[in-house]
Design a protein around this ligand. Structure first.
Ligand SMILES: *Cc1c(COP(=O)(O)O)cnc(C)c1O
Length: 353
């Protein structure tokens, strides 16, 4: 039976990418596996260089002073790397969800953090707006898509200081002027590849301004200087990320996927709004095109709905424990047909109830 994989991450990847990745594990270079050749060999160095340039190309940041890195430690390590490399006195953070909250906690270890806005009191069901970013801050940090709560920033402030953005769960999903950001990071496992690597895109001229000593592995400059090969990179995760970016480029890039992503999101949200059995979690204007969060109005229907989902091959829609209900994650590789399958079950439930 076809599975419809709505998992929040790690999550669905294109089938053609899986096939190429599987083949490379068996035979990548003259009978040797991708997993057993030196990361300093030409075939792998080419993979790394290709992955780095594809990332900048897809984001439209080539030739604009940016460098792309594939690091380890997940987006969670970026919470502290950002602070170590950029925080001298004080930075402003937008607290729009669990991940933003965690990034604040890590940065506070090093220096002063000011929350320019927070929706914590409303259990993060909206994106704070109308805040000011003081000109004397070191940087401003925001989270473009709040994976757990299903909210997404539709616009970004005109920041007077470098803007840092955690795009883990919506990188490469929609067109934005990416040059408004000075540092973008994204754990691969949501919209780019398997777990194990994190894309970091940095405008080089924001670095080198803090006085503290930075350990080598935490220092963006060190990684840039070594072409993202300071130490052994996670070869498999980088390779599969490269394949996924190539898949996206062949499809027509971010512009093409954005159209599909908008169709998927409008399909599920119109069902949530029309079907009296379901209720959306996030406020409408901030709804995420990647993660749709919703609950059943009547919890007694949960068993029936879950059984119907199971039967239809719908996988991974249980909500995060901090929200409850359901979360349908609709990353780039999830097809419109999968969303149609879920919407059909939701509407079947209405006719049964
Ligand atoms: C999943 C997620 C993270 C954490 O990523 P790890 O790679 O597990 O550290 C951080 N930020 C956002 C927005 C996420 O969705």
């Amino acid at each position: 039976m076809k599975k419809h994989n709505f998992s929040a991450g790690p999550c669905v990847l294109p089938k053609s990418v899986m096939e190429q990745a599987a083949a490379a594990v068996l035979n990548f270079d003259e009978g040797l596996s991708l997993l057993e050749i030196s990361h300093r060999s030409k075939p792998f160095v080419d993979v790394m260089e290709n992955a780095r340039s594809l990332a900048l190309e897809l984001l439209g940041l080539e030739g604009k002073g940016y460098k792309a890195l594939f690091l380890q430690g997940g987006a969670s390590t970026q919470f502290l790397m950002v602070a170590l490399n950029l925080l001298e006195k004080r930075a402003g953070y937008l607290n729009s969800g669990t991940w933003a909250d965690k990034s604040i906690k890590e940065a506070k270890i090093y220096d002063d953090i000011y929350e320019v806005g927070s929706s914590k009191a409303a259990n993060f069901n909206y994106i704070p707006k109308g805040y000011d970013i003081p000109e004397d801050y070191d940087y401003f940090h925001c989270t473009s898509n709040n994976t757990i709560f299903g909210t997404q920033m539709k616009s970004f402030p005109n920041s007077p200081v470098p803007m840092v953005c955690d795009m883990s769960s919506d990188i490469f999903s929609r067109q934005l002027d990416f040059s408004q950001f000075d540092l973008i990071y994204a754990g691969a496992q949501k919209n780019m590849g398997p777990a194990g690597t994190t894309l970091v895109v940095i405008k080089e001229d924001i670095l080198g301004k803090v006085s503290r000593k930075i350990p080598s592995m935490m220092d963006y400059k060190v990684h840039i200087g070594k072409g993202s090969m300071f130490n052994t990179p996670p070869v498999f995760a980088v390779y599969v990320s490269m394949l996924t970016m190539q898949w996206l480029k062949d499809l027509g890039g971010i512009k093409a996927i954005e159209e599909i992503n908008e169709k998927k999101a409008s399909l599920i949200y119109s069902e949530i709004d029309l079907n009296p059995l379901f209720k959306g979690y996030a406020v409408k204007e901030d709804r995420s095109n990647m993660n749709a969060t919703f609950t059943l109005e009547n919890e007694n229907l949960k068993e029936t709905f879950d059984a119907m989902c199971l039967e239809a091959g719908i996988n991974g829609i249980n909500g995060h424990r901090s929200v409850g209900g359901y979360r349908a994650s609709m990353y780039n590789a999830l097809s419109l047909d999968s969303v149609k399958a879920l919407v059909e079950i939701m509407s079947d439930l209405e006719s049964k109830a």
